[in-house]
Design a protein around this ligand. Structure first.
Ligand code: SF4
Length: 570
């Protein structure tokens, strides 16, 4: 998630963005955050502190549904949860904090974290304090730093999987900023004295005074399952498991989803696989790739400030040589791997250790209670009654209840059903594969609806699919409220990207394995016209597909040549 203010940031005299001056001017990132939080005469922070807050995992927002009647300041707080693994106790704490200080929902993100929405300023410190007390954090969940590190969520517990998760945690720790301000503000409750030379001259050992030009995303994946969408990350480690042993990783560098409408300098990009590294070099390589972004990323234009543009413009060979120089190794040729799917295994499954896990489908990742579906209450009761369970967040916005002992399985199943949560055939194939970002009313950058539109888009798509006999055909649909692409719409078989209220770009042709970007099919579709557009596409797909061919593969085969003949959309 990015911000309008950030993207419009005015440049300084040096040509650098305003954000660069802010970071180097206050490298502890303390700003005036604590003093403003403690000041009851204001309900929000200054523009400068707004930028610093992001490094602490906080976005200042306003409720956009209420703008016509006045501005209501609210905050989004995002956790940093490496690999998305939480204990049952931590889930219970997050649940409690969302009730006390948020809007009584928890939102599972596409990067295996949890967001609290609708927090008011007084609730910020108790909320973040509570997260830290349960041994999680919000530091670096947002901002120009390495974000939450992702890892495969499925609780298989093979030795190789355990090692991959261990590496995920080690990399998360190694790339963490070291500012003393986070502890001072949220734990101790004090304002750092910025005139103190120790604070004025603070320099992060990895990030320096200027941190990164923009955000940086890191992930681990274990083929053949690509539930992480690994190629969309700045830095990806593709586990190579031979004979049941983790022998190392293929290194993928330079992926990213974000783009801006009408700006051809910006585009989604898949990471390049540069070569293979042994496991013991993973931290060195992670630091090497991050510092390439730090040292070569564009600090004059935040729209163009991602590592993917460095890799695209300087080239793969240059990038590989720079990684090798900085990490002190020669990458070996990449080892063979392939991906088959990006989806989650919903429902009950046996772990390799004999226990069970249950993947709960969560539409748009929004854990809440409704009269028909009391999912939030059900999960809280499970966390309280079975404290030895793990709650594993998936990049598909679902939650896995892991380590369920055989005797507890039936009781958990009953408890879920009593609260309206289906435990078999939880949803349709199309709904199970869909993602959406939050967009309106909370995200300041949203140009159009996303989470609130998703159900009706899927209703329409499923109605058409049923009429055409395609109801059992999985089609991956992803919607975002703006082109930043938080729900990775450019990897979807059908991607909708908000352009303006009620208007969307329509992208087609991603693949099920997460290895192909889709392409723009229609530049502007009004929301009432969506059904007609989808119907036209599905009718052709039903007619023209080859045996077993998925929608995205058909679109890439049949529609892409047509796209290339339409210059305006190419
Ligand atoms: Fe991300 Fe959606 Fe907000 Fe755009 S509208 S920044 S994609 S959450």
């Amino acid at each position: 998630m990015t911000t309008a203010r950030t993207m419009n940031a005015t440049k300084t005299e040096t040509g650098l963005t305003r954000n660069e001056a802010l970071k180097t001017g206050c490298p502890t990132l303390a700003g005036n955050i604590f003093a403003t939080w403690a000041d009851p005469s204001t309900d929000h922070f200054t523009d400068d502190d707004y930028e610093f807050l992001k490094f602490h995992g906080v976005y200042q927002q306003d409720d956009r549904d209420l703008r016509k009647t006045g501005k209501k300041w609210i905050f989004m707080v995002r956790g940093r949860i490496p690999g998305g693994v939480m204990t049952a106790r931590q889930w219970a704490v997050f649940d409690e904090l969302s009730t006390r200080h948020g809007n009584n929902t928890l939102r599972i993100t596409t990067r295996q974290s949890i967001q609290f929405h609708g927090v008011l300023k007084p609730g910020l410190r108790p909320l973040i304090h509570g997260i830290n007390e349960c041994l999680l954090s919000t530091l670096a969940a947002c901002g120009d730093v390495n974000r939450n590190v992702m890892a495969p969520p499925t609780p298989a517990y093979t030795p190789a999987r355990a090692e991959v998760f261990d590496d995920c945690k080690r990399v998360a720790e190694a790339l963490k900023p070291r500012t003393p301000a986070y502890h001072a503000i949220w734990i101790e409750g004090v304002q750092l004295q910025l005139e103190d030379p120790a604070h004025r001259n603070f320099e992060d050992p990895l990030y320096g005074k200027g941190y990164l030009p923009r955000k940086f995303k890191t992930a681990f994946v274990i083929p053949p399952v690509n539930d992480i969408d690994i190629l969309t990350n700045d830095l990806g480690f593709i586990a190579i498991v031979e004979g049941g042993r983790l022998v190392g990783y293929n290194l993928a560098v330079g992926g990213g989803m974000g783009r801006s409408h009408g700006n051809a300098q910006t585009y989604p990009r898949l990471a390049d696989v540069l070569g293979f590294l042994p496991r013991e070099k993973v931290i060195d390589v992670a630091r090497a790739v991050l510092t390439i972004h730090r040292d070569f990323g564009d600090r004059t234009n935040r729209k163009h400030a991602r590592l993917k543009y460095v890799v695209a413009e300087r080239g793969v060979d240059w990038t590989r040589a720079e990684v090798e120089k900085r990490a002190g190794l020669a990458l070996e040729p990449a080892r063979p791997f392939h991906f088959t799917t990006t989806g989650d295994l919903l429902g009950w499954h046996r772990q390799v250790d004999g226990r069970w896990f249950f993947t709960v489908f969560v539409e748009s990742g929004r854990v809440k209670d409704t009269p028909q579906l009391r999912l939030k209450t059900a999960l809280r009761q499970i966390a309280d009654r079975w404290p030895d369970l793990e709650f594993r967040l998936t990049p598909n916005q679902n939650v896995i209840l892991a380590n369920v002992p055989e005797p507890a399985r039936d009781a958990i199943d009953s408890l879920l059903r009593e609260h309206g949560v289906r435990t078999d055939r939880q949803t349709t194939v199309i709904r199970a594969a869909a993602l959406s970002c939050p967009a309106l009313p909370t995200c300041g950058l949203a140009l159009a609806e996303s989470e609130r539109l998703l159900p009706s888009v899927l209703d329409r798509l499923e109605r058409i699919a049923a009429e055409l006999g395609l109801q059992d055909q999985e089609i991956i649909v992803r919607i975002t409220g703006c082109p930043n692409g938080c729900a990775r719409p450019y990897m979807a078989e059908i991607g909708l990207v908000g352009k303006a209220p009620g208007r969307y770009q329509l992208w087609v042709g991603g693949d099920v394995a997460g290895t192909r970007l889709n392409r723009l099919w229609k530049d502007t579709v009004k929301e009432p016209e969506l059904e007609g557009e989808l119907r036209a596409l599905l009718e052709r797909y039903a007619r023209e597909r080859e045996t077993g061919e998925r929608f995205g593969d058909w679109a890439a085969r049949v529609l892409w040549p047509e796209i290339q003949t339409v210059p305006a959309l190419a």
